[in-house]
Design a binder for this molecule. Sequence first.
Ligand code: BG6
Length: 498
Amino acid sequence: MQEGKVTQCIGEPTEPTNIVIFGAGGDLTKRKLIPALVKMLRCGLLHTDCKIIGVLKGRTREVWLEALHQGINQYAPELPMDAQQWQEFTTRFKMVSGDLESDQTYLDLSEALESLEGRTNAMFYCAIPPNWYTTVAAGLHKQGLALETEGFRRVVIEKPFGMDLETARQLNHDLQELLNESQIYRIDHYLGKESVQNLLVYRFANSILEPLWNRNFIDHIQISAAESIGIEYRANYYEKSGALRDMIQSHLMQVMTLVAMEPPVEFTADAVRDEKIKVLRAVRQIETSSVPHQTVAAQYGSGTVNDEKTKAYVAEDGVSPDSVSETFAAVRLHIDNWRWQGVPFILWTGKRLPKRVSEIVIRFRKPPFNLFDTHANPPIANSLVFRLHPDEGIFLRMNAKMPGLTTDTKRMVMRAPYSEDGADVSDAYEVLLHDVLTGDATLFSRADEVEKSWSIIEPILNAWKDRISVVRYRAGTWDIPEMDALFENCVGGWHKPS
Ligand code: BG6
C-alpha cells in the first residue's frame, strides 16, 4: 500500500492475526476501528498478513466496504485512500452475514477462519451494544472459537460494563463462565490516550514529583472532561446513562487511579492493575446522607456554543421533555490511605460546556505566609496541570515578580507541550488495538476494578434514582453555582479550563 501522511509509530509489529469485528457495519467500526487499522498497517505496526472479518447483516459486501471507505475519508482525512489503494486494502476483508444469536453465524465464522490458513490467532472485537456481549461470547464458546489450543483468542468489549454494580457483576460472571479473564480485554479508550499514559512516565520517571505527591503538599486534585458537544444521536443510551455513568464511573475514575496509585513494582499488567485496585478500595464509601454535599448533577438548557445556538437537552431528539438525566456530574471523593488522607479528589464532566478540555489539576497548598506586600494580587497556590486534550502537555502555574520597582506578583505559566514538534499524538484506538494484539493488558480494566468503581458510585446512583428535578445550566457557560459548594475548603476553588 502506498504511504499517505502518517505519523511515525513506534512499537513491535503484531503477529499475523485474524481480526473479527462484530458490528462491522456500525459507527464505531467506521469512525475508529478501520482508520486505526489502516494507520497501524501503514506504519508497520500491523502484520501485513492480518485479515479482517466483518460480522454484520443486511448489507452486501460492496455497500459495506463503500461505507468503510467513506468513513476513512470523513474521519481520518490524514489517511486519504484513492479507489485503487482502497481496492488493494479490501483484499484482506471477509464478510460473514448473520444474526448474533444464530448458531449459523458462528459456523460461518468458523469456516471463514479456517479458510484463512496459517493464522491461528484471533481477536474478536465486539463493536456492538453491550447487551450482546454474552451472546457473542456464548456463540464463540459453542463453536470452540475461543479455545486457545494453538494461537491466542482475545475478546474485546467496550464500556459500559453494566449499568450498576449488580449488572456489572452479572456481566463479569457470565463472560467468565465462557472465557478466561485473561482473554477479556475491557477497553477504556481514555487509558489509550498518549497523554494519559504519559502521566505514568511523568510520575515514575522523574524524581522531582514524588516527594511532593502527597497530602503534605497537595491541597486537592481535580480530574475533568469538559465537552462542547451535546449528546449527538445517543439519546437512547444517554437517557438511561447520564454523565455519572458515562464518564465518571469509567474514564475519570480510571484516570484517578493512575494519579493516586503507588509506584508498581514493575511495569506489567498485573503489577499496575494491583496498584490501581488498591486506590479504588481505599475510596471512602459515600453515605446516602452526604450525597447532596458530595455531588452535583445538572442538565444543559439552550444556549450558544462555539457561536452556534444549541437546543436544551430536553429538546434533543429522543429525549423525554421532562427528563432529569444529568449531562453534567461532579463528585468529591476521599481516598483513605496514608498518602492521600484529607486530599479531596473532585471528578467532574459535562456536555455543552464552553469548550472541550480534559485535564488533571494538582493544586498545591498555599504559600504558608505572604512575604510580599501585594494586596491587589496576592500569590496564588501553585497548580500543576496535565492537559489530556487538546494541546496535550503539562503546565505549571507559578507566581513571579511583576517587572518594575515594586514586589507585586503576577501569575506565570510554564508550558511543556507533550509533542514539541507538533507531531500527531497517537489515537487511543491504535494504541489499544496494538496492545490487544500483542497481549499487553496494562491499559485494560480488570473485572475487580470495574466492580469496585461501580460500588463507589452505587450510593450516588441510588440517591439520584428518584429525583424529580435537576439543576439547569445554560449551554456554553460554566454557570453552575452548586460547584462552589463542592469545592468548599479547596484552595482556589473550581478550575474552569481556559
Ligand atoms: C465516551 C462517552 O466514552 O467518551 C462520550 O460515551 C464522550 O459521551 C466520549 O463524549 C469522550 O471521549 P473523548 O476521547 O472525545 O474525550
